[in-house]
Design a protein around this ligand. Structure first.
Ligand SMILES: Cc1ncc(COP(=O)(O)O)c(C=O)c1O
Length: 454
């Protein structure tokens, strides 16, 4: 049987024991299945902390070499719970949130408001007020309307000016699927840096509007170019565009903004043989290119920030399922595919259905010597697009009751989960040094019925 364990795309705490069964964070999967049931999201705490610290160290070191400071914000949209917010904050990261819910979880974890950023293209007044109540370090505004709304809110409440970054789109389009590429022009996020018809660009207009409002303090410019980016050049091009905009604003107004945020999107390995972006390499490349751009523009470097989400939590997670129905399906005269149904599906991982995302799975309760066969791992939902792993080689004797793990599901799995078909959302458990700790418990049908007003 082919196995990629240990190694990418699995977390560093994943291994097979003498019997061939999978152990994660020192905990055998059979024990996990017994204690918490399946499906379950399993987070390798030591691996997650090491990735968070690794990104921080890599960027701090590389940017210090060119004379710039940098802050690393963990993008909570990838997965946020109170424990995870504490872990990343312990490791020296700040937290980027994208809703009142994420902001509340970060605050509940004890992350100071000053270490939190609030994003969103359609923030409600309640979300903006919550951010102001807790003194968040930055509100990343996404439209001219929001500039006016935030200024009016601060005016009505009194108090210090709100620290603001303006999210811009640089035209750089990087990463996988169209829905997860956020810097091209025809989309809902940010303000374009492109000037048309002799007018200021929308980005410049918004920057000037922020400067015009005494209720707002213009902290900087923000750019996020996409997700699952494996080619570093997109970051370098976008950084230069943002630094040019900053220099243009300085020439126009004399205000040289202090900060530039380069967003997230650092790609990871989802399949055996794929190579994740190396934080040390990308940090060095980006630091060198921003230093060169600042020198060309004859402006001092700002303080930078980045917002990795997937690269911190994605590889640390796996989803553990139990196999149910196994059905051979003749695809054509030559090909047969084994459809292996598991006890979850698109409700716990929507990414294959939403973006055609590819994952890797293995049978993990035992080591089989049966020859491998072409398989597709599917869920239990009433939807033929309910695919978990599109194509994978699994042992030909895979059968009901086998434990099956899907690698690298820590990001955008639980955070995008649904109750489709009224399935209850799986728990998130952390493993470390042989101990299991539940971060989010499994939902129950009673939880669902508690919402149902009859
Ligand atoms: C503004 C912003 N920052 C950071 C991220 C995190 O991206 P990733 O998890 O790919 O690093 C996203 C993802 O959509 C984003 O929109």
């Amino acid at each position: 049987m082919t196995t990629s364990i240990p190694g990418e795309p699995w977390s560093t705490g994943v291994a097979r024991d003498g019997s061939g069964a999978l152990v994660v964070g020192g905990v055998p999967v059979a024990r996990l299945a017994q204690e918490v049931g399946t499906p379950a999201y399993v987070l390798d705490e030591a691996d997650l902390r090491a990735r968070a610290a690794g990104y921080r160290r890599a960027f701090e070191t590389a940017f210090a070499e060119v004379g710039a400071g940098v802050d690393v914000y963990y993008a909570g949209k990838a997965f946020l719970s109170v424990a995870v917010a504490r872990w990343v904050h312990d490791e020296g990261l700040r937290v980027d949130t994208a809703s009142g819910g994420e902001l509340t979880v970060a605050l509940r974890a004890g992350v100071p408001g000053a270490d939190i950023g609030l994003h969103g293209n359609n923030k409600s007044d309640e979300e903006l007020a919550l951010a102001l109540d807790h003194g968040v370090g930055r509100v990343i505004v996404d439209s001219l309307v929001e500039v006016e709304r935030l200024a009016a809110l601060v005016r009505s409440r009194g108090g210090d000016p709100a620290p603001v970054m303006v999210r811009v789109t640089t035209g750089v389009h990087a990463g996988g699927h169209e829905y997860i590429s956020t810097a091209h022009e025809d989309q809902k996020f940010g303000l374009s840096v492109t000037a048309r018809d002799g007018q200021d660009s929308p980005a410049m207009t918004a920057l000037l509007a922020v400067l015009d409002h005494p209720e707002l303090r213009l902290l900087g410019i923000h750019s996020h170019i996409g997700s699952q980016i494996l080619d570093p050049s997109g970051f370098e091009v976008a950084a230069r565009v943002v630094l040019e905009l900053r220099a243009q604003l300085a020439r126009r107004t004399g205000v040289l903004v202090e900060e530039v945020d380069l967003g997230g999107g650092y790609g990871i390995a989802y399949l055996p043989g794929e190579v994740a972006l190396d934080p040390d390499r990308i940090a060095k490349d980006v630091a060198a290119s921003v230093a060169a751009a600042a020198a060309d523009l004859a402006t001092p470097l700002p303080r930078f920030s980045i917002e990795p989400g997937r690269a911190v939590v994605g590889p640390s997670g796996l989803t553990l399922y139990t196999v149910g129905t196994v059905k051979p399906v003749r695809v054509d005269d030559e090909t047969e595919r084994l459809y292996v149904s598991v006890d979850g599906g698109m409700s716990d991982n929507i990414r294959p259905a939403l973006y055609g995302a590819r994952y890797h799975a293995e049978v993990v309760g035992r080591l089989s010597s049966a020859p491998s066969v072409l398989a597709r791992v599917v869920g239990k939902h009433c939807e033929s697009g309910d695919v978990v792993v599109h194509e994978v080689q699994l042992p030909g004797d895979v059968r009901a009751g086998d434990l099956l793990a899907v690698a690298a599901t820590g990001a955008y799995g639980r955070s995008m989960a649904s109750n489709y078909n009224l399935l209850t959302r799986p728990p998130v458990v952390a493993v470390r040094d042989g101990a299991v700790r539940t971060l989010l418990r499994r939902e129950t049908v009673d939880d669902l019925l508690a919402l149902d007003q009859g």
